[in-house]
Design a protein. Structure first.
Length: 152
């Protein structure tokens, strides 16, 4: 089992609180907690952040998400388990997370968002994606361990 490299939340509490405040600001979004957790889980999968992936999968279960949808999240394009709104959000999350792979236009991906979300929701989705990417980098960089415990 890994141990954290540094006690980063105590070493830099103001930066930690500032990061946490982004989540507080976006929490009441009309995106809804389940969609936001789906996005956070998918981004954490893409980034290979075991700590965040475990945490957000647990949060999805607490919100009543099914195991099938959680387990199929990495293959969301190949299943019919996600609605158009979720698919647009997951696609945008991948687009903003894999920036190096998207040197061309992102207009088609953005247009798919515009058909499903208000401008306010799009901005809140972008903040959610940016924040989870930053959390992933801190958790991976500081080697946050996944603690074995029951999911239910």
């Amino acid at each position: 089992m890994n141990t954290p490299r540094l006690n980063w939340t105590d070493i830099s509490p103001k930066a930690y609180q500032a990061m946490a405040s982004v989540g507080t600001a976006t929490a009441p979004s009309s995106l809804g907690p389940a969609l936001m957790e789906l996005v956070k889980t998918r981004v954490s999968q893409l980034n290979g952040c075991a700590f965040c992936q475990d945490m957000h999968a647990r949060d999805l279960r607490k919100l009543g998400e099914t195991w099938q949808r959680i387990n199929s999240l990495s293959t969301w394009r190949e299943t019919g388990l996600y609605c158009q709104r979720e698919r647009a959000a997951l696609n945008w999350a991948e687009t903003l997370t894999k920036l190096v792979e998207y040197h061309g236009s992102r207009d088609a991906d953005f247009d798919a968002l515009k058909g499903q979300f208000s401008d306010q929701e799009i901005v809140e989705l972008c903040w959610t994606i940016a924040q989870i990417n930053a959390w992933n980098r801190m958790a991976i960089g500081m080697q946050m361990p996944v603690i074995e415990k029951s999911m239910e």
